[in-house]
Design a protein around this ligand. Structure first.
Ligand SMILES: [Zn+2]
Length: 115
């Protein structure tokens, strides 16, 4: 499947290749505030359609995850980091996909607050 997504104003647009089998709801300090539902995939399956520099970056804690967000509309479409094996990964906020039916996606809960 090829999915497309964007922030609210369209300054950040992207395509993602893969199959969304579930969404991760995390209760850590940032995910709980954003209300995002995350889908993890290898970074090379995420293709930005807008310049990378148009997205702002938020870092906290150990600074290992780049939380990308739109400085104009404030929406957080994706984040970037490394998996346990060191491979570049992306986490897409499923709520920012276009024409995507979230109702049929099983939600998994992750206790990021305690991790
Ligand atoms: Zn925006």
């Amino acid at each position: 499947m090829l999915y497309t997504g964007s922030c609210h104003c369209g300054r950040i647009r992207f395509e993602a290749e893969g199959v969304v089998d579930s969404g991760l709801a995390c209760n850590c300090s940032i995910c709980s505030r954003k209300g995002s539902l995350l889908w993890f995939l290898p970074r090379d399956q995420l293709r930005l359609l807008t310049p990378e520099a148009d997205a702002a970056t938020y870092l906290f804690n150990k600074h290992v995850i780049k939380h990308r967000f739109c400085p104009a509309c404030g929406i957080h479409p994706y984040g970037e980091g490394a998996g346990p094996d060191g491979k570049a990964m992306a986490a897409i906020n499923l709520r920012t996909l276009e024409n995507f039916d979230l109702e049929n996606v099983p939600v998994k809960h992750y206790d990021g607050r305690s991790a």
